[in-house]
Design a protein around this ligand. Structure first.
Ligand SMILES: CCCCCCCC/C=C\CCCCCCCC(N)=O
Length: 540
């Protein structure tokens, strides 16, 4: 009998101890988050002290053409209300106005683009181009830009790697062929971080790209040149790539829409060193737009015959979509969420509480906090690329220890962001079995909640665009983005207006694979309700 009592006592004591331990853990976590919150503020105060006076505004917009959606420009060319030459000229003029401040476009083909436009105008005028051609070429006569890490024949193709200085592409990436076949005209290519692997756009060949909302701020990466130029009105059609947020991080920081489609629908051939035959990859071709109206037409062009796998023409009744949300991911590697971001997120949730037929449901899915670890594991499984070789332009192999020491002593050809990637490689790797099981578990949990009529509202970042280089002090803040690369779910980054300092804020809208039409429909609803893209310049 006494031994039974003592077992009970032991159990109670263990229970009390567990309660105490979890109390201590919670308190320590609170202290950690509180301290981190104020360290982040201090970082901003210090960076602000050195940078605020260097801010240069971009010029106001005097030509309304540059504010139109790509779809509307295509329609006006088709109806002969505008010529392609007028449209191309408007964007060339705008790039010349804004690029000295932004440093977004790094190689241009203005004269050749104008020549392409004049040819299209002549063909339209003399009846060589008929209505049926316009249907096959939905962006006929509309300019586009893309990132410098994608091959566009004749254009710079260095990937920001010093050994590739002066290198030009001798062919078109597969998606470039598709957009050109859709009638769009390339204006040039835009800046990227070295080999695309950072959340800020900076490399030794072309320098740093500035944010049009505040030139002292980060534009994100890696499609940072694209987002910066698009937001400033320098391009109407923009295409990037996304392996860890590369379309959505810049879209968030520059206040435009960014869509990462369902994986394996668009060929990656011709992007960095890829041949499009990768068996396992998280990279996808993604699109950026100022207006949601452009997302579906552009997605149709890029997915080509695979567009039938998506339901892009299906009518979506937004109030019937099941809205789920996660606003607290409990990933302690990410900076604590600032109030303005919480408020932004809550505004979106509240909106759907008001309009949805079933109330939005908050999810608590533990695995989302492992985003960084899972992404690191799946990055190590990428086929067709080898970071340590690619960074040397495949002339050898980088040595993470030697190159890191060299970088911080005598200097190197690498950016500090590349060195961070080396250091990341040296950090312990997650266990393979654990990573595979956790990814599968997370995928199943989310699929069960999203089905074919659900979307998930998810945070983008703990705060808006920081000062240049501040990302080195909080390198894991991109974790909100990477989980959707790990799971290969489609996501739309949605701008939700500006904060008090005039910087864009926003959220991510996620759906199950092949349900891209749902994220885009919800993005359209949020654009209608909250205004979407807000130009970073005066309009007259
Ligand atoms: C003190 C050094 C700590 C090093 C920690 C490094 C942690 C992060 C390392 C690499 C992150 C790469 C971020 C890539 C974001 C790229 C987005 C994309 N290309 O889709």
């Amino acid at each position: 009998m006494s031994s039974v009592e003592s077992i009970k006592d032991i159990k109670e004591r263990k229970h009390r101890n567990r309660g105490f331990c979890s109390f201590v853990k919670t308190m320590l976590l609170k202290v950690f988050l509180f301290t981190r919150y104020y360290i982040d503020i201090l970082i901003d105060v210090i960076f602000g002290y050195f940078n605020d006076s260097k801010r240069v505004p971009i010029k106001k917009c005097t030509n309304p053409i540059i504010l139109e959606s790509a779809t509307s420009l295509a329609q006006k060319i088709r109806k002969r209300e505008l010529t392609s030459e007028e449209v191309v000229q408007a964007f060339v003029d705008r790039i010349k106005e804004v690029n000295p401040v932004l440093n977004a476009l790094v190689d241009s083909r203005y004269e050749a683009a104008l020549e392409d436009a004049r040819k299209i105008d002549r063909d339209i005028a003399n009846g060589t181009i008929l209505d049926v051609d316009f249907q096959e070429k939905p962006f006929l006569g509309v300019p586009f830009t893309t990132k410098e890490s994608s091959a566009v024949k004749g254009m710079s193709f260095t990937l920001g790697i010093v050994k590739r200085r002066g290198r030009r592409a001798t062919f078109d990436a597969d998606y470039i062929t598709l957009i050109k076949n859709a009638g769009a005209i390339c204006l040039g290519v835009t800046n990227i971080p070295q080999l695309n692997l950072w959340q800020e756009t900076h490399n030794p060949l072309f320098g740093i790209t500035n944010n049009p909302y505040n030139s002292t701020r980060n534009v994100g990466g890696s499609s940072g040149g694209e987002a910066s130029l698009l937001a400033a009105g320098g391009t109407p059609l923009s295409i990037g790539t996304d392996i860890g947020g590369s379309v959505r991080i810049p879209a968030f920081m520059c206040g435009v829409f960014g869509h990462k489609p369902t994986s394996h629908l668009i060929s990656t051939a011709g992007t960095t060193f890829r041949d499009g035959k990768e068996e396992q990859t998280m990279v996808v071709i993604g699109l950026l737009a100022r207006k949601t109206v452009d997302l579906i037409p552009l997605l149709k062009v890029l997915t080509a015959e695979k567009a039938t796998k998506l339901k892009l023409d299906e009518k979506v009744i937004v109030r019937n979509i099941k809205i789920r949300y996660i606003d607290n991911v409990n990933d302690i590697t990410i900076s604590p969420f600032r109030r303005e971001m919480k408020e932004t997120f809550n505004r979106a949730v509240k909106h759907f509480k008001e309009i949805s037929t079933t109330p939005p449901e908050e999810l608590n899915i533990e695995g989302t906090k492992f985003a960084g670890k899972l992404w690191k594991y799946w990055m190590s499984q990428e086929s067709g690329v080898n970071f340590m070789k690619d960074i040397t332009d495949r002339t050898g192999e980088a040595n993470p220890i030697v190159d890191t020491i060299k970088h911080f002593t005598v200097g190197s050809e690498y950016t500090t962001s590349t060195i961070y990637n080396f250091i990341n490689k040296l950090l312990p790797s997650p266990n393979e079995d654990w990573a595979i099981k956790e990814t599968e578990k997370l995928r199943e949990q989310l699929l069960a909640k999203l089905g074919n009529n659900g979307v998930l509202l998810y945070p983008s970042a703990p705060f808006p665009a920081s000062y240049h280089h501040a990302a080195y002090l909080r390198p894991w803040n991109f974790h909100y983005f990477v989980i959707w690369n790990v799971l290969k779910f489609p996501v739309t980054q949605v701008p939700m207006g500006l904060n008090k300092e005039g910087l864009p804020v926003g959220i991510q809208v996620v759906a199950a694979p092949y349900q891209d039409h749902l994220c885009i429909a919800v993005a359209k609803e949020l654009e209608k309700a909250f205004g979407g893209y807000v130009p970073p310049f005066e309009t007259s």
